[in-house]
Design a protein around this ligand. Structure first.
Ligand code: THU
Length: 157
């Protein structure tokens, strides 16, 4: 029997001010995007902002639907739009922020499993790690690569 132990490094920051300037700016794009979320069912407004290697920032938000599964998370909306608009650009980083009742969540907001799967494929497609910045008003968590959030992931190989 063989075994492997998987460890991930998660950086944690006490506030937005503690982040490096580029990451802070990306979180601010995600915060702004969350304001325009279409979330009449959950009232949980999520914003995501992706920084591309061509310098573009693509931001988006969750889009819900009365037929619930037809909606889409903020992260996938942003990543699919980035893929549609800039197919040759690699994603370098993505920031996520969410608010409900007019307040941003105090804890870091983690992406759902389906979004992690899409992030991971974007990362492989771009041949460089995607830093994931998960914002919370009292704690911001950062991983250096999408693979950290989805080890042992399924892929085309
Ligand atoms: N949501 C996201 O936008 N991103 C995630 O990673 C998890 C959940 C959205 C989906 C739905 O519109 C709302 O948050 C509540 O689940």
């Amino acid at each position: 029997m063989e075994s492997k132990e998987i460890k991930i490094l998660v950086e944690a920051y006490g506030s937005l001010a503690d982040l490096r300037a580029g990451d802070r700016a990306l979180v601010q794009h995600a915060q702004k995007a969350s304001e325009a979320a279409y979330a009449p069912y959950s009232r949980f407004r999520v914003g995501a902002a992706a920084l591309l290697d061509n310098g573009e920032v693509v931001s988006a938000n969750n889009q819900e639907n009365a037929a619930y599964p037809s909606g889409l998370c903020a992260e996938r909306t942003a990543l699919f739009y980035a893929g549609a608009k800039f197919p040759d650009a690699a994603v370098k980083a993505i920031a996520i922020a969410a608010q409900t009742g007019g307040k941003f969540c105090p804890h870091a907001v983690y992406p759902c499993g389906a979004c992690r799967q899409v992030m991971r494929e974007c990362e492989k497609r771009g041949r460089q790690p995607i830093r994931v910045i998960m914002y919370g008003e009292r704690r911001v968590e950062v991983v250096q690569s999408a693979i950290d959030l989805l080890p042992l992931s399924f892929d085309m190989e």
